[in-house]
Every structure is written in C-alpha cells, then in structure tokens.
Design a protein around this ligand. Structure first.
Ligand code: ATP
Ligand code: MG
Length: 598
C-alpha cells in the first residue's frame, strides 16, 4: 500500500539546519566541513574529545549542561561542559600515569553511568582507542571482544567485574589494568583499581597529545545480526562526520535538549549518544534505565526533550503500549523525531504523527559508516517507508557485483541492487580488526559495498529492500522482507513481523512469516488465515507469505534488531551460529529493551 507523503510546512523547512537540500549537496565539501571544528591548539591535529568537550568548556558554554544523567532509581546529575572537561582530563591523566600509550585499547563494560561517558572521552583525550562493550554481554562474548581488541585497560563496575570478568581475567594476559567504579569505598575487587581514587588523584588539566586525524579513536563491534560480530576501526577524523550529520540529519542546534536512547555499546550510542550532540554544544540526556514506555514518555515530557533519536523496536513497543499512554504525557517541546537501526515501517512513521504530532524520520547507516549516510531531513517531506536521501558529501550508487573488484551500476529508478558508497567520507571505517581480507572484499569498482539492498525512486529517495542475505527469491521474484513485514504490521493484531525465505523445490524459495501479536489478540488458525488473506490483498499472491507462525516475541540482537538468520536456522533445523549478541529469550515484545539502536 502506498502511503501519502507527510508534508513539511514552509516555516519548518526554513528554520531547519538544511533548508535547501539540493543547494547544500551542490555546495558541500568535507574540507569545508572540517573548518566548522577547531582542531587542537597550535595545529597539533584533530581529537574527538577536544571538539566534543574542551573547545566548549573554554568558551561561553563552559557552564552549560552537557549531559544530564537520569539514574535508574530517580537520581539526577548534571555535568556542565567545564565539569566534563575536568573529569575527562583526570581520566586521561590517570591513564597516562598507568602507562597507557596513544593507540592502546581501553574497553568499557558499564551500564549507562556517568563514568562510561567520562571514560569514552577521557580515553580519546589520552589518544588511546576506546572500545565500548554492551554491559549485558556474558563472560564469553566479553572475553572474545577483549581478546580480539587486545585491550590493555577495562573500565567496569565492581558488580560486573565479579559477575563477568573475574572468571575470564586469567585468560586475558594483555589486560593489565581494570578500573572499577565501586559500589562503596570497600567495594573494590582484588586486582583492580578504584576508578574514583584514580580520578581524585589526577589533575584537572591534561594536555591532549598531538593527534593525527587518521589515528585510531574507536573500535566498535557490529551487532552480529548476520553472523559473527566484526570489529570496525574508526579514526579521529570521524568527528567531522559526527558533527555535520548531527546538525543536518538530526537537525540539532546548541539550544536543543537531545535524547539518543541507544547504548554506547552500539555505534549509535557513541556517535550520537556522546560525540555528535556535544560537538554541537547541545545538552544530551542519558537514561540509565532500560525501556519502559511510561518512563520514556515521562522523560520526554519532564526533560523537555526537543530532538529524540530512537529505534524501530522501541517505537513498535511504544505503539504496542497504545497511543492513549503517549497522549497522557504531552511533550510540547519535541520538534524532531528520528529513528535508526532497522527498517522503519510506514505504520510507525504515521504513528508518530498520531502520538506526538510529528513523523519519525528514518535514517540509515551502519557501524562501518560511523555516521548517518542517508536521512529524512527536517526540511524534506517524509515518504513513509523511505530512508530518505543521501547526506550532502555522501555519494551513493545502486550496484550489482560482477566480480571481485567489479560492479555494474544500476541506473533505472526503482531497480533493486546493493547500496554502495563512494569512499572518502571522514567516518568511514579504516579496517575490520584482524581481518584485512574482509575489509578489502567490501570494496569493489571504486565503492564501499554495504551488504544492504535498496532501490532509489525517481526523486532520489532511498527504499530499503532487505539485507543481501535476507532477500527472498521466489518464482522469479525478488522479495524484500521489509515490504512483507510492513504489510503485516498494518493488521491491527500484529505487533511485530519477520519474514524469511524457505527453500522450495518448485519456487526456489517461499515466503514464511513469523508474527508476534499485540495484547488482546490470540493466535488461532482463523487469525493465521486472516493474516495470509490480508497480506495477499496488499501484496499479491506471489509476494504474500504462504505460511505464518505465531511467536510470543521475535529473536533480536541486544541492539534491538530482528535476527532473521536465527528464525531461518531454526525453521530449517540448521546450526544457530554466533548468538553472542542475542537478547535472552523469550524476547516477547514488551520485555526490557537495551535502548539499543544501530
Ligand atoms: P552484523 O554486521 O554483525 O551482521 P549489523 O549489520 O546489524 O550486524 P550494525 O552495524 O549495528 O550491525 O547495523 C547496521 C545495519 O542495520 C545496516 O547495514 C542495515 O542492515 C540495518 N539498518 C540500519 N539502519 C537502517 C534503516 N534505517 N533501515 C533499514 N535498515 C537499517
Ligand atoms: Mg552489518
């Protein structure tokens, strides 16, 4: 079903950071974008922490709240830019005293506590490489990542250390220092340092060492949706993209109160939960707690959030809780809603209008791209179901691989192919950790190939079709799971849907759907047939699912992405593969979400 475009009033267009998309595309250059940032004093290079914190701390924004932290139990703490500058300097100084050198890896395993944010920025101040791990990982996934990253330092909390790290420590010979956030003064496990003592003993001032824009800053592991998580390496120059995309794709300004719900364990939570909004000089909200519909509405209202960046899974969970709940917490300050991480069903875009009077703006990127590449901008009409248009400075193409290093560029509008990006944007990953061959394989014909299939319409709007491995070939049709899932989502009983291709001797593959129902609806044969009929009317018999199973919830990664490969493996009785990032099951809709995104 085609959805009507959501029109933007002229005043919204004019007031946005990117009022004229076409003109901005023509004029844009990354070299000029870099001039929006300061660079280290005396031409000593480019450092993310300086751009995010120190340059504001030294100026009129020093006393402005940079981060407002909301504790699980109701505590609230504000950190000004000057506070953050001092704390991150102390952290950097503490690392230096421990002998940590630029280029060493400092990992973290923390819930969204203030120390995590201090560690991220303080590590980069030292010139070391920050690698955030999601705190709900178990010991083995933690071990794999720390070992792979060759982390010399780990920042964690005393309880997490005892529960998850102490048992693997002996198998991590390169891990020299563990800095723990203690529960209380006595709560420091043997063999670890009390992080608070280290910070207390350090100096408020720290001179950031000369940092080449090309030096490593961040090591992010991918979500593991399609297989074993990969370590994507990012450099300080990425901050140019973080800054520009935060301004343009998220329309953020210094007077905004911004809430990115993603955990820094995933790239969204670092690029946009830490770096981007700080470089703009805005105030970021950090909520320590997990997803809870009422809590989230209360935060939007009480914190007077103006720009909100979240994920489709969270939006679907809010939808499931009902629009009435949203309306009980009017949030008149909200002006821009954005989503990333998974395809955003048109239904969800429209629900934003119903619940908040604003559409969700979908945008697309991945761990490898380091920042937003395709977006629905504030000044653009939203075509529900579309990811929007490429950022100024980002050149995309739709391609088909024809050989190891060759591609055909698809030229017709609406033709499906792989999304490819011309290298050269600053936040492009500079490698997969210990996997140079794979890194090289992801480039061909002068493009970086993303592994996602899209089509681009005649006006340049991009439409997600599916991941390369998820696309279904049935009776000569190429079927994108997203289209089928979105059609099922339009049925009032459906809370979530995932679609896979099942091998079939006649059709090559047939479409099978897995559906989780909204409260008040029970699985039954009648409903199954009704849903199949419903999908047929919308999609036609060739594309609609032949079969539907009901599940209490769909298996997801901890960052909230549906794991279609797992549904498929189970359906076909095949090995389940790497499950290190699987959210514990049953992942019924309505269970806590890690606040994850991309
Ligand atoms: P892995 O690479 O380990 O399988 P992953 O690809 O899920 O995991 P991320 O880098 O966190 O790891 O996710 C990026 C992917 O998420 C994109 O390549 C795309 O498939 C999907 N994605 C992100 N944003 C969108 C969006 N707006 N619409 C559709 N898909 C999206
Ligand atoms: Mg990926």
């Amino acid at each position: 079903m085609a959805w009507d475009a959501i029109r933007k009033p002229d005043e919204t267009r004019r007031a946005s950071n990117l009022p004229d998309y076409d003109a901005a595309r023509r004029r844009f250059s990354w070299a000029e974008a870099r001039r929006m940032l300061d660079g280290l004093p005396d031409g000593r290079g480019l450092n993310i922490a300086h751009e995010a914190v120190d340059r504001h701390a030294a100026g009129p924004r020093g006393g402005k709240v940079a981060l407002r932290w909301l504790g699980r139990a109701g505590t609230q703490r504000d950190y000004t830019y000057a506070d953050l500058s001092r704390l991150t300097s102390r952290f950097a100084g503490a690392l230096a005293r421990l002998g940590v050198q630029p280029g060493d890896v400092v990992a973290s395993l923390c819930a969204r506590i203030p120390e995590l944010y201090v560690a991220a920025l303080g590590t980069m101040k030292r010139g070391a490489v920050f690698s955030p791990l999601f705190s709900a990982f178990g010991p083995e996934p933690i071990h794999t990542r720390l070992e792979k990253a060759q982390a010399r330092v780990l920042v964690t909390t005393a309880p997490l250390y005892r529960r998850k790290v102490s048992e693997i420590r002996a198998r991590l010979p390169q891990l020299e220092h563990v800095l723990v956030v203690p529960g209380d003064a006595a709560d420091v496990p043997a063999g670890t340092h009390n992080l608070h003592h280290l910070l207390d003993a350090a100096d408020d001032r720290f001179v950031i060492p000369a940092t080449a824009a090309e030096s490593l800053a961040l090591l992010h592991f991918t979500s593991g949706t399609t297989g074993q998580p990969k370590g994507a390496m990012h450099v300080h120059e990425a901050v140019v993209a973080h800054h520009v995309t935060t301004r343009t794709a998220l329309d953020l300004r210094p007077d905004d109160r911004f809430w990115c719900t993603a955990d820094p364990g995933w790239v969204t939570g670092t690029s946009y939960g830490i770096i981007g909004p700080l470089t703009v000089g805005a105030t970021g909200i950090v909520d320590e707690a997990d997803f809870d519909a009422e809590r989230w509405y209360r935060i939007l209202q009480q914190e007077r959030v103006t720009v909100w960046y979240t994920a489709p899974t969270a939006i679907r969970m809010l939808m499931k809780a009902g629009v009435d709940l949203a309306r009980r917490f009017p949030a008149p300050d909200l002006r821009f809603l954005a989503s990333v991480g998974e395809p955003l069903n048109p239904e969800a875009v429209a629900w934003g209008v119903e619940a908040f009077g604003l559409p969700f703006h979908d945008n697309w990127w991945q761990t490898e791209t380091g920042g937003i590449m395709i977006a629905n901008f504030a000044s653009m009409d939203v075509r529900p179901g579309s990811m929007g248009r490429p950022l100024p400075g980002v050149e995309i193409a739709v391609v088909r691989r024809t050989g190891d290093d060759t591609v055909d560029v698809v030229t017709g509008p609406d033709e499906v192919g792989e999304l490819a990006i011309v290298p050269g944007w600053p936040s492009m990953f500079r490698g997969y950790l210990h996997d140079e061959a794979r890194y090289r394989r992801s480039f061909a014909g002068g493009y970086y190939l993303t592994g996602d299939l899209i089509r681009v319409d005649g006006d340049g709007y991009c439409w997600f079709v599916g991941r390369d491995n998820d696309v279904i070939k049935s009776s000569g049709h190429l079927i994108g799971p997203f289209e089928v899932e979105s059609a099922l989502m339009e049925h009032p009983a459906v809370a979530e849907a995932a679609v896979i291709g099942k091998p079939d001797p006649m059709a090559y593959e047939t479409v099978k759907a897995f559906v989780a129902l909204k409260p008040g609806h029970d699985a039954s044969e009648a409903l199954r047939l009704e849903l199949i009929g419903f999908a047929r009317t919308r999609l036609g018999a060739a594309v609609a699912p032949k079969d539907i199973d009901f599940l209490p919830g769909l298996p997801k990664t901890r960052s909230g992405k549906i794991m279609r490969r797992l549904l498929k493996a189970r359906e076909l009785g095949l090995p389940e593969g790497d499950l290190s990032t699987l959210e514990p099951e049953p992942a019924a809709v309505g269970t806590p979400l890690p606040g994850g995104a991309s």
